[in-house]
Each structure stands twice: as structure tokens, then as C-alpha cells.
Write a protein that binds this ligand. Structure first.
Ligand SMILES: Cc1ncc(COP(=O)(O)O)c(C=O)c1O
Length: 483
């Protein structure tokens, strides 16, 4: 018979004790779990990595598998309801961001948006929302049955991008519509365009309507005064942050903040999250949120962020000087998150520029449109990488690259005024059929067409398909329409 004793089983594994001066309770709890392993008769069934494909284990490292566990076990606390170190980590995040309550999200900001939609935008109510919102907001409206009242932001024609949301357009929509459940804006845009949230919040307060800000791309703002001010401090009721996008946490991990004085009931948010989130939340992802918040608050993290801002300024300055290279800059109409650098090069489409950067320079960009490429200057980028990037653009500017697909005035995002025929939920659940694209003009779309990134819609359920949509549907042979 094999004998196990608690003493022999405990391995007291070591960790490298690199210290950060800021508390991170969930990281500590996970470290404790790692150092004091128990014999596992619970999920996950790979049992501390024992039943994992060897190649995969080697690839990601043994420790990653040892640390892959979920809440409930080993004094790690629970996510729903929040208890133990998870609760403490969420409270520290709320303090760091200046929120009343902060919730950890394990399906990205997508889950945060779905939750907010379910809490506020009840069936038949209206939601004032910018057309270039992320598709998760549309999904939220399909779930809730709310009716979108679309706000078309300003158009940056030269860049084929959506620009800022005019506060006056929000006020007009509020004047023209009763039964508005909330105003929901995206700030910043994917490319870093920042609207006047303070004024939008003032208008929302005047009409006594809650304001949600999808700040998925702005989670760093609270940690450096050279970045725009977070909507958490400008009068929003709820704010969503994709920490995994730019904040340094692992992919899929995000936060939902309910602001001080919010019209949202945090307990209702918690109950709704419990319905939508996984019942086996990854401790690794949650600890990575705790770690990212602690890092951003630490001296090291602050330094990393101010360095990223310096680098972004440097890249902008250098690229602007190059022949035929243009960088999207703030104007008197809109502010900008300067760490998001949208670049275009004369004679090259964004897609061609992307492939040149990839093939000739081994540089992968965040995204590419027909017009340009989006570069994120991140807290993790190193000085040599920044210089390499600038050098690459210097070479591209001098070289005679050709682009047989380049056409002046290409359009990237469908900046069209939607023709709404049916409510999105009603359309989504109607009888549908799939037909060739050429036969779809004049029919009503039954599907969400919103390519990622950035997940901005071309067509939604309930909208009329017109000739104007065709240039944006090149990838589609068939479309799903209402029967
Ligand atoms: C504005 C905006 N909101 C929400 C999301 C969804 O975020 P996540 O990928 O964290 O689910 C995205 C993703 O790109 C986004 O661009």
C-alpha cells in the first residue's frame, strides 16, 4: 500500500519573491496555494498539470498548470458572491480606480456590457448609443429587447474613421425621445479619439438619464495625468475597462466599475453577473487583474506608463516628419489617447502597410484598415522596439513599395445611416433564411455583421440591406435575412 503523509505530500515549492510595494491579495493567495499544495480531488481534472499533453505542458511551463485552479478551493475565496481574497482584490481595484464597486470580468468587457444591458435597458425602452459601439452592446440589446437610438459621431473622412460624439447630438436625442433607459457611449474609440464626456454627463444628469461609458480602451487613464481623464470622474454611472487590452492583465480579464453616486444598484449588477459569468472562474485570470492593478499603482508601473507616453510622443514626432507618412492627431474638436497611433502612408493601403511591416520587418500591428494601421504603444514596449519601429517607417517612407489594390478615398468603416425596420431582438428571433449576397438588397438583415477588430457593426438584425453596404461585405457570399 502506498502511504501518503501530509508532511511528505507538501512540497513547499519556491517562488521568486520579486516584491511590489502595493498589496495584491489574490496574487498572495495564489502564491500560498502554490507553495502549500493539497492532494486534489476536484476540478480542474488535469490535476495540477498531471494529465496534460506533454508538449502543451512544456510549452506553457509546468508552473502555469500548477496554478490553474478555480475559486472555492484552497481558501482562495469565491467570485459570486465575492468573498475572501477575491473580494479584497475587487475592493482594492475599486479604490485604485475611484469606483464605488468594481467587479472582475472573465469574459472580457463583453460580459460587462451584457450585464449593464440586462440591468438597465428593459424591453421596449430606448438606449441612446453611438453607431460605432462594440458588438457586445448590440448583443446586450438583443438580450434585453431595448431599442437603439443611434447617434452618428463626427466623421473623420480623411481617415475613414468615426470621430468624437457631439454632446449636442446626445441632447437632441434626449429631447426627441421619451422612455430613454440610458445613454451609452464608447470613449475612446478604438483609434483613440476622445469625446467630451464631462459635457455629455452634464446633459444626461439634466435629463436624469444614466450614462454608461464603454472605456474598454482607456483603463490606463487613471494612472497618468498626461492621459485623458477617466469617465469614472466625469459623471458616468458605470464604466467598463478591458484591463487585458492595455492594462497588463491576461487576455479575457476585464473590470466593470459602478461609480460613486451611480444610478445602478451594485447588488443587481452582482446578481446579473452571477447569471452571465462562468461558474468556474480562472484564478490565474483573476490574480492577473489583481496584479495589473497593483502594478499600475506601483512605482515600477507608473514609470512604465510614463515611459510608454514618452515613447508614443517620440513615435508621433518621428513619423510625422517622414515623407508621405501621416499620423492621426487631436484637433480642436477632439482630444486623443496618444498611446494609440493611427498611421497612413501615401500610396499604400493599411492592409498593404500591415503586410510590409509583418513580412519585411517582423512587426505585428494592432489592426489595419483600408486606410492605415493602428499601433499601440504599450506599457510593456521596450526602447529598442520603439526605435526599431521608427526605423522601419523611415525605410518604408524611402522605399518604393507598390500597392496594386490602393485606391484613393477608400472607405474602411461603414459610416452609414442605418435604416431600421425592426427592433433588433424581434429581428434576431424571426424566421430567417440564408440567401446569396446579390439577392439581399432590399431585404432585412437577421444577423449582426461586425468584424473584429474592432467589432463595429456594418449591419444589425432589423436593418435594411442597401447598395451602400456592399463595399463593406466583400468577405460575404451569403447573408442571413428575415424570411
Ligand atoms: C469599445 C469596445 N468595447 C468592448 C469590447 C469588448 O472587449 P473584450 O474583448 O474585453 O470583451 C471591445 C473589444 O474590442 C471594444 O473595442
Amino acid at each position: 500500500m502506498i502511504k501518503f503523509s501530509k508532511k511528505t505530500y507538501k512540497s513547499h515549492r519556491n517562488t521568486d519573491d520579486s516584491q511590489c510595494e502595493i498589496k495584491a491579495p489574490l496574487v498572495d493567495a495564489l502564491e500560498n496555494f502554490y507553495k502549500n499544495p493539497m492532494m486534489q480531488f476536484h476540478i480542474p481534472g488535469h490535476t495540477a498539470g498531471n494529465a496534460v499533453h506533454p508538449k502543451f505542458k512544456k510549452l506553457i511551463g509546468e508552473r502555469a498548470m500548477l496554478l490553474d485552479t478555480t475559486d472555492e478551493f484552497d481558501n482562495l475565496g469565491t467570485l459570486h458572491p465575492a468573498t475572501g481574497p477575491i473580494k479584497e482584490a475587487q475592493e482594492l481595484a475599486a479604490q485604485a480606480f475611484g469606483a464605488q464597486r468594481t467587479f472582475f470580468l472573465l469574459g472580457g468587457s463583453t460580459i460587462g456590457n451584457l450585464t449593464l444591458a440586462m440591468c438597465m435597458s428593459k424591453k421596449g425602452k430606448k438606449v441612446i448609443v453611438n453607431r460605432n459601439c462594440h458588438r457586445s452592446i448590440l448583443t446586450g440589446m438583443i438580450i434585453s429587447g431595448a431599442e437603439p437610438i443611434w447617434i452618428l459621431p463626427e466623421k473623420l473622412e480623411e481617415w475613414a474613421l468615426w470621430g468624437e460624439i457631439e454632446p449636442a447630438s446626445i441632447e437632441k436625442a434626449l429631447q426627441e425621445n421619451d422612455d430613454v433607459a440610458m445613454v451609452w457611449i464608447t470613449n475612446p474609440t478604438y483609434e483613440g479619439v476622445v469625446s467630451n464626456v464631462k459635457e455629455i454627463a452634464r446633459i444626461c444628469k439634466k435629463y436624469d438619464v444614466p450614462l454608461i461609458v464603454d472605456e474598454a480602451h482607456g483603463c490606463l487613464w487613471n494612472f497618468n495625468k498626461h492621459l485623458p481623464e477617466s469617465s469614472l470622474h466625469l459623471g458616468a454611472d458605470a464604466v467598463v475597462h478591458s484591463l487585458h487590452k492595455t492594462g497588463g492583465s491576461m487576455s479575457q480579464s476585464s473590470m466593470l466599475h459602478i461609480t460613486k453616486g451611480s444610478k445602478f444598484d451594485p447588488d443587481e449588477i452582482e446578481r446579473t453577473l452571477q447569471l452571465l459569468q462562468t461558474t468556474s472562474p480562472s484564478m490565474l485570470l483573476m490574480a492577473s487583474l489583481d496584479a495589473a492593478r497593483a502594478n499600475l499603482e506601483s512605482k515600477k508601473g507608473k514609470k512604465q506608463l510614463s515611459r510608454a507616453i514618452q515613447y508614443a510622443n517620440y513615435v508621433r514626432k518621428k513619423l510625422q516628419k517622414l515623407e508621405g507618412v501621416h499620423v492621426l492627431e487631436a484637433t480642436e474638436n477632439f482630444n486623443q489617447d496618444i498611446t494609440k497611433v493611427f498611421v497612413r502612408v501615401d500610396g499604400l493601403s493599411g492592409k498593404r502597410l500591415e503586410s510590409i511591416l509583418e513580412i519585411d520587418f517582423n512587426i505585428e500591428v494592432e489592426s489595419a484598415s483600408d486606410i492605415g494601421v493602428l499601433l499601440l504603444i504599450n506599457i510593456g514596449n521596450k526602447k529598442q522596439e520603439i526605435q526599431y519601429l521608427v526605423n522601419a517607417f523611415e525605410q518604408i517612407s524611402k522605399a518604393q513599395y507598390s500597392d496594386i489594390y490602393y485606391i484613393e478615398n477608400r472607405k474602411h468603416m461603414p459610416m452609414l445611416t442605418p435604416k431600421i425596420v425592426m427592433n433588433p431582438r424581434e429581428a434576431y428571433y424571426s424566421e430567417k433564411e440564408t440567401i446569396p449576397k446579390k439577392d439581399a438588397i432590399g431585404r432585412i438583415s437577421a444577423e449582426v455583421i461586425a468584424e473584429c477588430p474592432p467589432g463595429i457593426s456594418i449591419l444589425l438584425p432589423g436593418e435594411l440591406i442597401t447598395e451602400a453596404h456592399l463595399p463593406y461585405l466583400n468577405e460575404y457570399k451569403y447573408l442571413e435575412v428575415i424570411r
